[in-house]
Design a protein around this ligand. Structure first.
Ligand code: NAP
Length: 345
């Protein structure tokens, strides 16, 4: 442990975008411990990544301190997240200089409403609620200059005309607990729930950035340098496991065939925003690695790849941002003391 001076924590670092980003960050920041966290690590991603890093460093010696480490985390369960953070805290890692809230999933099949053990619609629960709790509980472990980067998606924005149904946001309560009474459960099928959860990522980022900006202006807190931005859209990425709910054939085509036909996919979806995960990982690693003025300039911005651009019109709605923030804090905080801790910057 003594060899490392900082920590980078990346959710969903075991596959896809997170895996490739971890590799780049490990090369770029050799003195950083890197924690990758997800529900499973069936392919021993941490081991493979450590070997790749060592090979690229052309080191013949095996380090006794593995740079990349896997810790199990289920963002769909608030009790699991609390256990994860206790486990994390007991290991005395150096302060977190970059927190990448990147894990995500989507359900394609059926209209069935899937709920987390806490009774929240699963896509919203994992992609937004779980990440929010992880952030709140990890606050005491963040370094004064920490970067927080949240992976969203162009699917949050109807103007982008992705093939995914438009995101909907009436209230956080309705995303968490869709009801048939107002037709919300029905119209909100799997991919639409995904788009809405990615909209929640953007709304939450703006609400958090507002609080961090105020803290920076008043300059009386240890958190005043934290900067948060969304990497919006890594773009459509053939080669990741995001489409696993579509079934094994589609996953095989997406991971083995589509990766060689990026140009064709660009034609088919009518957009240049199709990238291999390695390419998008370079953009995500760049955002996570920003420091100083560059980091401050990127605060509260939404990026498509390397370019800051406007997120959707709905995501700019401050009332919706605050509705989501309030609901999230109320839902997650165990008591008034914890609520105050979550809200203090
Ligand atoms: N692929 C695309 O075309 C695309 C486009 C735009 C945005 N994105 C975004 O990019 C991010 C990464 O996705 P990807 O494409 O790299 O997909 P991926 O290959 O499926 O990676 C997703 C990662 O999230 C983890 N994860 C899923 N559910 C989790 C849970 N409940 N708790 C903890 N970890 C969980 C997965 O591990 P486990 O399943 O083992 O937990 C995996 O490590 C996501 O936020 C996604 O929305 C992807």
């Amino acid at each position: 442990m003594a060899a490392f001076t900082s920590t980078i924590l990346i959710t969903g670092g075991t596959t896809g975008l997170g895996y490739h980003t971890t590799l780049l960050l490990a090369q770029q920041f050799p003195s950083a411990k890197i924690i990758i966290a997800s529900r499973t690590d069936k392919d021993n991603a941490a081991d493979t990544l450590n070997k790749l890093v060592q090979k690229q460093q052309k080191s013949s010696k095996t380090s006794s301190f593995a740079q990349i480490e896997y810790l199990p985390l289920d963002l769909g369960s608030t009790s699991n997240i609390r256990t994860f953070v206790q486990n994390y805290a007991s290991r005395s890692y150096p302060p977190i200089t970059a927190l990448l809230l990147n894990a995500g999933l989507q359900y394609h099949s059926g209209d069935d409403l899937r709920l987390t053990p806490d009774g929240v619609e699963s896509t919203f629960g994992i992609n937004h609620v779980g990440h929010a709790l992880l952030f709140f509980l990890l606050k005491p472990h963040l370094a004064p200059n920490a970067r927080i980067v949240i992976t969203s998606s162009g699917t949050h924005d109807p103007e982008q005309k992705t093939t995914v149904p438009d995101a909907v946001y009436e209230s956080a309560e309705l995303l968490a607990h869709p009801t048939d009474k107002d037709g919300y459960a029905k119209k909100s099928k799997g991919l639409q729930r995904y788009a809405s959860s990615k909209l929640a990522n953007v709304l939450f980022t703006y609400a958090l950035d507002r609080r961090l900006s105020t803290a920076r202006e008043t300059k009386n807190s240890s958190t005043t340098s934290w900067t948060v931005c969304t990497m919006m859209d890594p773009g459509l990425m053939p080669g990741t496991n995001l489409g696993r709910d579509f079934g094994p054939v589609v996953v095989w085509l997406f991971t083995h065939v589509a990766v060689h036909l990026v140009w064709l996919m660009r034609l088919l979806v009518g957009s240049q925003n199709v990238h291999l995960p390695q390419e998008s990982a370079a953009n995500l690693a760049r955002l996570a690695g920003m420091r100083g003025e560059e980091a401050q300039r990127s605060a509260g911005k939404y990026f498509e790849g390397r370019t800051a651009r406007n997120s959707s019109v709905v995501s700019m709605d401050e009332k919706k941002q605050e509705d989501l923030w309030r609901w999230t804090v109320e839902f997650l905080a165990r008591d008034e003391e914890e609520k105050r801790a979550f809200e203090t910057f």
